[in-house]
Design a protein around this ligand. Sequence first.
Ligand SMILES: [Ca+2]
Ligand SMILES: [Ca+2]
Length: 200
Amino acid sequence: MERTAEPSVTATPDPTEEPTDPTANPVNPVIADYDGRKINLAESWEGANICTELPNGEVHCYDTDQEALADPDLPAQVREQSLKASALQASDPRDNCAADYWCLYQDANYKGRKLQFSSDGKKNLGDYGFRDKLSSVFYWVGQWSLNYGDATIWDSRSWPLDDRQRQLEPPKGWPNFQNLPYPGGGNWNDKVDTFEVNRA
Ligand SMILES: [Ca+2]
Ligand SMILES: [Ca+2]
């Protein structure tokens, strides 16, 4: 018996489906310092809970918020403001989010693994092992003289769909991305591929 060809499928792109093109966001792994060794964040955080992008371009990872806020490579003013806030507040996200930093959390309500960004520009979250994981974000202003700007979250789409984006205006907390409506339906939870810091 002759085999019949598979019927051809003309699917309508689902706006919430992940892009199929693996070249859309090529991963360029970030190598971080953690516990006196180098770790590849794109592969594994190897037990670290917090990773911070420092002004010198390095990324340092830590086990605890105390260690993260005490890093001598953080700007002195950030350290000072953060420690002051964490001493004052009882259970505020400012307890664990560095002043003037964008704090990205893997879980809702400022919980789970945390990634802290400060410098201007687009961060490909896959480079940090954080793609499709982001569930809450916090930003608080320590120094009002600093241009805190805003941020844009991006979800990459395959052609013919346009990349989805949304602006985040600080100072503010976004405790649950399930409450952030996604264009075309659904929500932003666990979808963000790129986080863009705009300080200009
Ligand atoms: Ca998540
Ligand atoms: Ca995505």
